[in-house]
Design a protein around this ligand. Sequence first.
Ligand SMILES: Nc1nc2c(ncn2[C@@H]2O[C@H](COP(=O)(O)OP(=O)(O)O)[C@@H](O)[C@H]2O)c(=O)[nH]1
Ligand SMILES: [Mg+2]
Ligand SMILES: [Zn+2]
Length: 308
Amino acid sequence: MKRGLVIKSTGNRSRVIDSSGNITECVIKGKFRMKGIRTTNPVAVGDYVKFEEEKVQGSAIITEIEKRRNYIIRKSSKLSKESQIIAANIDQLIILATIKMPETHAEFIDRVLASAEAYRIPALVVFNKTDLYADHERKKMDELVALYNEIGYRSFGVSLINENEKSELATIVQGKVTLLTGNSGVGKSTLINLLNPSLEARVEKLSDYHMSGKHTTTFSEMYAVNNNTYIIDTPGIKGFGMIDMDKEEIYHFFPEIFRLSKACRYHNCLHLDEPGCEVKNSVVNGDIEWSRYNSYLSILEDNNSKYR
Ligand SMILES: Nc1nc2c(ncn2[C@@H]2O[C@H](COP(=O)(O)OP(=O)(O)O)[C@@H](O)[C@H]2O)c(=O)[nH]1
Ligand SMILES: [Mg+2]
Ligand SMILES: [Zn+2]
């Protein structure tokens, strides 16, 4: 019996890497069930598994999935009760965003951040392509960077086509499993290649994504930057589903809104039109940023927004 880390998982086939770096293609035997949720993929990227090699060379069977520290899921479809596990055992999440080419909407960032809070996974917001920004775009980025840092999310700008920008990000990911998320075209593959050029993650030509914006794969893939440093890329995953949360719970995942909500008159205040609402007062006086309040309302009103 061997132990390894799942670095790719499509349907019932998984690629597993062991502690000495050997890669084995595995299949799943029997049924693995998880309490509470129905999943389309029993084994996910980031899982630690036990496997047994078969007599036939190069084939192996997963016999056990170790307990997950955490995992993130998305609903397979709007109405489906089945969920897809995007990744398991994640240490941190980096949201890669761009002010332009493509424009990342604040609501997308806030939805991912709220999900990260719900999953209790630390998150960073990194803005890429600063080389392309005109003054007003640079200013817009600086404001968002300041906003997210103030809330408690580390945030900064980079230009990943520049080798010199590597060291800060290399330090941030070192020794951790990092889930990388962001719209198509923001530079996720570029970042992976910058951290370790031998990984050869597929970088889309700008023209490709401008023309179609479509991606074929929706499976996440884990890249080993070095022995104990992994990045999970999520191509084609537009963001991930919120945990099913109660309406009264959503603002708990906006840390600055949650802090101020303690001064609301009603303990069950949803910060809509209730009298004595400190959250709304704070939006008016600028202590809560309008974009954040707007993202909160959007999650509250419509869990199926296009930025989901
Ligand atoms: N100008 C500029 N282009 C970049 C930068 N980072 C990535 N790109 C380009 O953006 C395009 C999409 O990058 P890619 O890594 O494939 O994005 P992904 O879809 O998030 O994986 C590619 O043409 C990259 O060369 C950057 O910092 N500046
Ligand atoms: Mg990519
Ligand atoms: Zn309130």
